[in-house]
Design a protein around this ligand. Structure first.
Ligand SMILES: Cc1ncc(COP(=O)(O)O)c(C=O)c1O
Length: 413
């Protein structure tokens, strides 16, 4: 269960900041995304510091897929982050944002995207996804008479749909043999990414697998490797907050035709702090990697950096019953049916209170899945009230959908 102390201090923290958010409504009409770049800068510094403090050689790349708003990307570039892109479109935006160090990873890069990477070979490292992509990149770089820096992505888990990413670790010796024949590719690194980590366990486990594979490679091959990019996937420290329907037990109940649980029950899957990630990854690197290879360690955090930096603000348009209101923003704002399973407190900024009350908080789209929450925090709720849902910075803005209603504007603080 999510402790009531943690929940109250969260709600109180955001109510205390409400002046700052309400002020924006004097100049801009709701609904809005409010982007607070000071939070981005703080998170960027904290993330870098955690790893700088324990590792000798590091580099940081913001995963722009997690929030691709231009002000987010520019802020991270100004905070000395490189950018991790996954498409030609993202690559062009990263270049336009002034990024001087870009990693380009992802499956199925097209020839046009590889050509773009080669044209920006002064700043791009391609993280190659397959043997076929290696051959295509070599062809394109040869035709352009350029040499491009590259690494290869290793699939961090077998047997699941995650196998679509990269080559298997066992294929690395063969892949490296192929790179020797590619005179336009400077093969110098490895990448892996384990998704959604509330603890460092999965990353530590893969680092041990990698150490094993690397120790089987010839010395010469290891010497070529300048970096290991250990990806993103760091869960924010507040953990994952769930509605009853988001828990395993709730899903089983729904499957059996029952209610998942009371609306005021909330759950928390706890998450380790970033300093704990840094400490545990440092131990694993010292045990499995550094004894056989001294190299730079690269990071590609997305969610951890941008999650807390964007809040969504909306207005109550219609009160249909004491326990049913409709807002002027739909969940096309975040692009997916997030709030049916994830719990984010809905704060009534007009009538703040540390009291949580049951009420269906629904958007105005023509679908019953357009749900913001089943409760709100406030004295009561009326037409015209301003509601805020904090911490909507990650995998929301970049997943927003043009569907039925206009999308909110972004106000950057
Ligand atoms: C290769 C790679 N790096 C980094 C990330 C960013 O992950 P997160 O936002 O969870 O840190 C992703 C997310 O899918 C990814 O696929």
């Amino acid at each position: 269960m999510l402790s009531s102390e943690a929940l109250h201090s969260y709600v109180e923290y955001y109510f205390n900041l409400s002046g700052k958010y309400m002020d924006t409504l004097m100049r801009h009409a709701s609904p809005l995304y409010i982007l607070d770049t000071s939070i981005l800068r703080e998170r960027a510094e904290q993330f870098k510091r955690a790893f700088h403090d324990v590792l000798p050689d590091t580099a940081f790349y913001y995963a722009m897929k997690s929030n691709n708003h231009p002000d987010v990307v520019r802020t991270l570039v100004c905070s000395d982050f490189g950018i991790d892109v996954s498409s030609g479109m993202e690559l062009e935006q990263a270049v336009a944002s002034g990024a001087k160090d870009i990693v380009f990873s992802g499956p199925g890069k097209t020839r046009e995207e590889l050509l773009l990477a080669v044209r920006y070979s002064d700043r791009v490292t391609v993280l190659i996804d397959s043997f076929g992509e290696l051959a295509r990149l070599e062809d394109i770089a040869a035709a352009e008479d350029k040499i491009i820096r590259a690494g290869v992505r290793l699939a961090a888990s077998k047997g699941s749909l995650w196998r679509k990413f990269g080559i298997t670790p066992e294929e690395l010796p063969l892949f490296r043999e192929d790179t020797i024949k590619c005179s336009h590719i400077n093969f110098c690194g490895l990448q892996f990414h384990c998704s959604w980590n509330r603890t460092p366990d999965a990353q530590v486990e893969f680092i041990s697998t990698l150490g094993h594979i690397l120790s089987g490679l010839p010395d010469l091959c290891r010497e070529e490797l300048e970096f290991i990019d250990i990806g993103g996937g760091y869960w924010p420290p507040q953990g994952e907050w769930l509605q009853p329907a988001g828990t395993r037990e709730g899903k089983m109940k729904i499957g059996l035709g029952a209610e998942a649980g009371p609306a005021t029950d909330h759950y928390c899957l706890p998450s380790a702090g970033i300093e704990t990630f840094a400490e545990q990854l440092h131990i694993a690197l010292c045990q499995y990697i550094y004894p056989i290879l001294s190299c730079k360690i690269c990071f590609e955090p997305g969610r951890w950096i941008c999650n807390d930096a964007m809040q969504v603000i909306m207005t109550v348009v219609d009160k249909k019953a004491d326990d049913l209101i409709i807002t002027n923003a739909g969940t096309n704002t975040v692009g997916w049916d997030r709030f049916e399973t994830d719990y984010f407190p809905v704060l009534n900024l007009t009538r703040p209170s540390l009291q949580e009350r049951e009420c269906h908080i629904m958007g105005s789209l023509c679908t019953p899945h357009d749900v913001w929450g089943y409760t709100y925090w406030g004295d009561e709720i009326q037409e015209g009230d301003i509601l805020m849902i904090p911490e909507q910075g990650a995998y929301t803005y970049s997943l927003r959908q043009h569907f039925i209603k206009p999308l909110p504007h972004v106000v950057t603080l």
